[in-house]
Design a protein around this ligand. Sequence first.
Ligand SMILES: NC(=O)c1ccc[n+]([C@@H]2O[C@H](COP(=O)([O-])OP(=O)(O)OC[C@H]3O[C@@H](n4cnc5c(N)ncnc54)[C@H](OP(=O)(O)O)[C@@H]3O)[C@@H](O)[C@H]2O)c1
Length: 283
Amino acid sequence: MKILVAGSTGYLGSYIVKELIARQADFQAIARSPQKLEKLGLTSDQIIEAQVTQRSSLAGCCEGVDTVISTVGITRQKDGLSYMDVDYQANKNLLDEAVKSGVRKFIYISVLHGEELTHLEICQAKERFVREVQASGLEYCIIRPSGFFSDMKEFYDMALRGRIYLFGDGQTPASPIHGADLAQVCVGAVTGTASVLEVGGPETLTHQEIAEAAFAAAGKPVKITRIPDWVRRLTLRLASVLMGKKRFGPIEFFLHVMAMDMSAKGYGERKLGAWFGGNSRSI
Ligand SMILES: NC(=O)c1ccc[n+]([C@@H]2O[C@H](COP(=O)([O-])OP(=O)(O)OC[C@H]3O[C@@H](n4cnc5c(N)ncnc54)[C@H](OP(=O)(O)O)[C@@H]3O)[C@@H](O)[C@H]2O)c1
């Protein structure tokens, strides 16, 4: 049962690769920079060098594949491409190849509440792709995670600098998840039956509690400055006018989810406080 991983060089993708190695699974991974996969211990026959944004470079990549898992998406990349180019079209290129090769199942990582956020560019592209997966005729699982630990590092960095800034009253909940815990869910979906999974980590914490955990790990006294929510809304409006489209996308997403309940059913066991205390330095 061969699995193909796309996005394998990213935060979540590399944990999926590690999980597949630990399970001694039959898999290959696609990357535009194969050296990143060699560092994870993959052999040359496990690596497919391809550029997912170029349809032709994917030809034949799904031959003999049972399940494709894609975590491809723009987070911090500065390639000058849009969400529509990557989160939608690159994944669509892969899906077309999967359909052509008779792949059984497609697993795609979108975002928690993405369906309600299609007015944001990132979610518009992701959810357009979700609809393509649903219409493809393949079995599928759409995984909708809350925030990743990798995105919580900013709290720890602010704590190290001595002060954390929070929007509103700090009581908005979130259930961030470690990449290794989420990778187990993604790989479990290969044989699972759910077509949609909303996934959080083992704890639901308010932003205030996340800040306190970051200060505890940093060994600093709790110093929190609350920024009224109207500042967040004004920043969103100003940034949409003053910033270029590509730079605005990640900020638009961040400023929206900071004000949303991002709690979800808990999976895994890794706790954010321990991660702040030890592993956040290596992400
Ligand atoms: N971070 C979060 O809190 C969060 C929460 C919910 C959902 N998600 C979604 O989960 C997915 C995985 O997130 P992540 O944090 O693991 O992302 P990440 O670390 O940025 O990894 C993204 C992957 O996509 C590839 N990619 C991006 N742009 C590309 C391009 N132009 N051409 C080819 N490959 C490209 C990257 O390849 P390179 O290594 O070559 O750049 C990398 O393998 C994303 O779709 C993200 O939107 C993230």
